[in-house]
Design a protein around this ligand. Structure first.
Ligand SMILES: [Zn+2]
Length: 190
């Protein structure tokens, strides 16, 4: 994963259901972490994944809201510092995976009388399209424009910035402003 995520939530889709794949755990996480050509470490498929299927569950350390790190994902009112392998998921503007936050209302859990039932939240990686063996898995980080950094994902539809698609004009405007603030060296100091 590329650094300077300002701890932003990104594009996490929320789903309310019991994941249909709990009993097939052995079929998940068929991935490996390996060096990429341009982006440091990345996550690669070691088995084909069908569109829409779960790739695996993101496990990690829960952190308080507002926690910042290079890898953390905002999630369920706090943040998750992912463990390997999904810690190393790189960004692409044309991703083949997405994060889905599953909110599972487990009726079998004990509940305090009068209190509101809190769903269990799990963060999963799902395939947005069919993925072949050896393909690098990517997600759209979709950072807040204030945390955006230039993108070098190389996809034909690259936005140029790692930011939410709807924030791209804000990113460009900020960049233009920074450029115009650069004083040429030859100019005498004021
Ligand atoms: Zn890009």
């Amino acid at each position: 994963m590329t650094p300077t995520n300002d701890g932003d939530a990104g594009q996490i889709r929320k789903a309310k259901a019991v994941p249909p794949f709990e009993s097939r755990r052995g079929r998940f996480d068929r991935v490996k972490v390996a060096e990429t050509a341009l982006c440091g470490m990345g996550v690669f498929a070691t088995a084909p994944v069908k569109k829409g299927r779960a790739v695996g569950r993101v496990l990690g350390e829960r952190k308080p809201e507002g926690f910042r790190s290079d890898y953390c994902v905002e999630f369920d009112g706090g943040a998750l510092e992912p463990f390997a392998p999904y810690r190393f998921l790189n960004h692409s503007c044309d991703p083949n995976c997405e994060f889905i936050e599953w909110q599972i209302d487990d009726q079998s859990l004990p509940q305090e009388e009068g209190s509101e039932r809190k769903p269990i939240c799990e963060l999963w990686v799902h395939a947005l399209r069919d993925i072949q063996i050896g393909e690098e898995l990517t997600v759209d980080y979709g950072w807040d424009w204030r945390a955006a950094i230039p993108c070098k994902c190389g996809s034909p539809n690259c936005r140029g910035w790692i930011c939410k698609p709807e924030d791209i004009e804000l990113c460009k405007a900020r960049y233009a402003e920074e450029e115009s603030n650069i004083v040429p060296r030859s100019e005498p100091p004021q």
